[in-house]
Design a protein around this ligand. Structure first.
Ligand SMILES: [Zn+2]
Length: 330
């Protein structure tokens, strides 16, 4: 066990549950991230094993950091799906293969540390609001482009969750009637047009039509195309990838313009795997498309940035969630 002399301090443990990785950290506002652990997510295991895995990684963080339960004031979970932060219930998290699970009650069987849950993008939005680009901003939208597309809305300085906690689900705004099928069952959703899943689908289509691409070899070998591979192909000016990603960025700009015409925001922050890997290429295209499709005054007022907090945004969000729901400052 490491000696770090931190026994007197208070922390939260934030856990960001991704479809492919689980990231856990011991964190507080003064020192930032103290200890972090990253693991692959095992998605096929169902509810019971999910609870055990979560408690396992929590215990591992405490052991690694050399802190006891009394130093941890909350366990804050970011879940990629629909959640009720008041009851602690996960409605559905398709990428985790989880349905109807009160994760708070379940985890509370292992520990008396309070358990809080939030949608993963909302949690990241809280992190960006309190510890990142959004510090001085009241009205902000955070958009994460990855396997899907998620959004988190900050209004008047607070998280806006809506009547049934689904506010910010911009990935399922229907942008192209009769467009490609989305995972939700509708056609032409925003994320069915501009997520990494959509980008890879469109690149695959071009390659099947006989177009040459640097990604063709990976596709042929059935290697999953990650954001990094897309970014590398963009850097090498791969014609197919440039075309498909440009189309996605144009759609993102247009959709954000629609949202901003409704909300008249101060700031839009872009994040997620695709943006992290390809922000340099995509941000100027997104901004141009945004401008072209915005009402003039609404478009001029808003600043668009790519976040540099990366996957730490949600970890920091845990601190803000604990303050909001438990009234504690760590
Ligand atoms: Zn959809």
């Amino acid at each position: 066990m490491k000696e770090k002399g931190i026994q007197m301090k208070d922390y939260v443990i934030s856990i960001d549950m991704g479809g492919t990785k689980i990231l856990a950290a011991l964190i507080n506002s003064k020192d930032g991230i103290h200890t972090r652990i990253k693991k692959a997510t095992k998605t096929k295991n169902g509810n019971t094993n999910f609870v055990k895995a979560l408690w396992g990684i929590t215990a591992e963080v405490m052991l690694e950091a050399g802190v006891s339960e009394k130093n941890v004031k909350a366990i804050c979970l970011g879940i990629p799906g629909s959640v009720n932060p008041q009851t602690g219930r996960i409605g559905i998290a398709p990428n985790l293969n989880i349905k109807n699970l009160n994760i708070k009650e379940q985890l509370q069987q292992f520990t008396s540390i309070p358990v809080l849950i939030e949608n993963d993008v909302n949690l990241a939005a809280l992190g960006i609001k309190h510890f990142g680009l959004g510090k001085d901003v009241e009205d902000m939208l955070v958009v994460f482009v990855g396997t899907g597309i998620g959004g988190g809305l900050i209004f008047r300085g607070n998280m806006h969750r809506g009547a049934s906690f689904t506010a910010g689900e911009i990935g399922h705004m229907i942008i192209q009637p009769n467009g490609p099928l989305c995972g939700c069952g509708q056609k032409g959703c925003f994320e069915a047009l501009a997520s990494r899943t959509a980008i890879v689908r469109d690149i695959t289509k071009e390659v099947k039509l006989g177009k040459r691409s640097l990604l063709a070899k990976l596709l042929k070998e059935k290697v999953p195309i990650k954001s990094k591979a897309i970014s590398n192909a963009l850097k090498k000016n791969d014609t197919v990838t440039v075309k498909v990603v440009t189309n996605a960025a144009v759609v993102i700009g247009k959709t954000l313009a629609n949202i901003n015409n409704l909300l008249n925001l101060q700031m839009i922050v872009l994040g997620g795997g695709v943006m992290e890997a390809a922000a340099d290429f995509m941000t100027p295209i997104i901004k141009k498309s945004f401008k072209e499709n915005s009402l003039k005054d609404a478009g001029k007022a808003v600043k668009i940035y790519a976040t540099k907090l990366g996957d730490e945004a949600a970890l920091y969000g845990g601190i803000a969630l604990a303050e909001e729901f438990l009234g504690i400052k760590v």
